[in-house]
Design a protein around this ligand. Sequence first.
Ligand SMILES: [Mn+2]
Length: 462
Amino acid sequence: MKHGMIMRMSADYSADIPELEKLYPDHIATVSKRHDHALDHVGASHAVIFSGMPKVAFLDDTQYPFIANPHFLSWVPLVAVPLSVIVYTPGAAPVLVYYQPHDYWHVVPGKPCGYWTESFDVRIVHTIADIAEHLPEEKDKCILIGEIGTNGPDFGIERINPTKALNMLHFARGIKTGYEIACMRLASRRGARGHIAAEAAFREGSSEFDIHRAYCGAVSHTDNELPYTNIIALNQHGAVLHYTNLDRRPPKEIHSLLIDAGARIRGYASDITRTYSFGDARFDELIDRMHDMQMRITGKIRAGVNFSELHVESHRMLAELLVEARLAVGSPDALLASGVTAAFFPHGLGHLIGVQVHDVGGHMMDESGAVLDPPSGHPFLRLTRTLTENMVLTIEPGLYAIDILLDNLRGTPAEHHVNWDAVEWLRPFGGIRIEDDVRVTADGCENLTRNAFASVDGNVST
Ligand SMILES: [Mn+2]
């Protein structure tokens, strides 16, 4: 096997990690406080948080991959345990009702073990009916957080996902605990190992499918364990923003790779994009310019920054880059106003990330649920909040040759700002996206992704 070296050296991600064990009690204390606050606000005494139900395909007995309720995951690192429940009552240790069916058809979840079990009163149940015994008796004092669906268990709780309480929890989740940040540092390292293996496979001339296999091998994830579907795009496929086909054969001529792929640790995600040239010096130079621009944007991150304004500023920076790279002519103002930068860079600068790759709460002004709309002309921006310490977000500027967007500029004032010969040159390479995950600090940021690449640095033994 071509990439055997890299795969054999991949790390063991299932072991307990001492630093996580140390940080976990404080994490639970913070999550508890957030629930105290939300329960108090809606006049309830208990939160019942349901992990979720497996979903079955229409007219079939096959289940879709299970994705746990993110509210459940913010308490416990159990990504694959359906039909389990956390019962939280302020002042008491949270109860985990852990569903372990007697089932000889499937692998059942193992006995709960690891550092996190000490923070819970764990009750193992073997039937769904037994869950009810562990729920509070005063159902009118409970709120249920989770998706029950039409054939889920009936817990007898009427207040399901009250918006006020959810808004408070979503807003709070934008700020990460020390434990969550440690998980995300590790998830970034795991992802960096995958990216290094994928780049090696690309340099060997592999197909998208084989690059994907090299990536999954190095991070030790199955497709369903990845935080999102890998985007592995050779050549002009890079111009499809969410390209998820995996061609089984390499193209006749290889020009470029755009890979957007992440990894998880204890449910927490990384989200990383890199772009590589297959030897074309001009495209290499354009990638360098995008790295430089991405670093300058990242250099502006600090607590207090308005992310909508930073997004618009990144369009000005892209306008200058387009002129320097001879893809466009004109002032930054003219390129912004005529829609040239939006045609080359049609997605948001970044988003919150956590137990969900696109973490909730990016548009929230405060915990009341008031919405901060994206700036006009930038509807896809997923984060409009003012940055505060310990938010974790992505910074992912892009530059693509997307025909349907560029063609829209024809016959408008923008047409004369575009160097169409240069667009023709760029088309076979698809596009460029450079994406890092960063943690906001009082006076700057911690770049989880670049730190991860530096620490892994081709040596995948740790
Ligand atoms: Mn992203």
